[in-house]
Design a protein around this ligand. Structure first.
Ligand SMILES: [Zn+2]
Length: 204
């Protein structure tokens, strides 16, 4: 980070859990894969209108691409610009797969009582009065989903290494939340569930 930025918040998201935080317009949000191969599900809400939420489908429609690049502007459900990618060292991100929830573990794996990203987000966003009824689809940072020429989707282990990160600039005042996805029943998270680190910077 250059000398014109000041770290104002650092949050560790424990593996398998979530944390929520505020990022004001113009501030920078860094999401770091501490040990590598950890999916970070990400939600963002307009702080002043929670109904406006960051939207993967509105973003890939505007970008005409399922791959994210430095300089891309991520769109909201109202098609406004919410966050801009300033730097990115991750080999891939996923814009297609819904957040895991209780039903994902029950219906697809026959497992009850497993933590999930949706449960994590409910816990983290409750203090902001944001509930499941307005949860959007997530940006799955660091996740690797291969799209075959015939359209088949293959969920692969993340290709991130320790310390890989994405740096975003807020284009609105947002409430953000990150879940260090607890999925350990398919290979997306590598061999273990690990922490994600969040940093918020003020630009001076
Ligand atoms: Zn998950």
């Amino acid at each position: 980070m250059n000398r014109n930025t000041q770290l104002i918040a650092e949050i560790v998201v424990p593996g398998g859990h979530a944390r929520a935080f505020e990022v004001k317009e113009g501030q920078l949000l860094e999401i770091i894969d501490v040990e590598g191969q950890q999916v970070a599900d990400f939600f963002a809400f307009n702080e002043h209108n929670h109904w406006e939420r960051l939207s993967p489908s509105h973003t890939f429609t505007a970008l005409k691409s399922l791959a994210l690049r430095v300089g891309d502007e991520l769109r909201s459900s109202l098609r406004n610009r919410m966050l801009k990618i300033i730097k990115d060292t991750s080999p891939s991100h996923d814009l297609l797969i819904p957040a895991c929830d209780e039903q994902r573990y029950l219906v697809d794996y026959g497992v009850t009582g497993h933590r999930s990203c949706v449960q994590n987000f409910e816990e983290a966003l409750r203090p902001y009065g944001i509930g499941r009824d307005i949860f959007p689809a997530p940006f799955n940072f660091f996740q690797s989903t291969a799209i075959e020429p015939d359209g088949r989707l293959i969920q692969e282990p993340c290709r991130t290494k320790a310390g890989d990160s994405i740096l975003l600039q807020a284009m609105k005042d947002i409430i953000g939340a990150v879940s260090a996805c607890p999925m350990d029943l398919n290979p997306i998270g590598g061999s273990k569930i690990t922490d994600i680190k969040i940093r918020v910077y003020q630009q001076t």
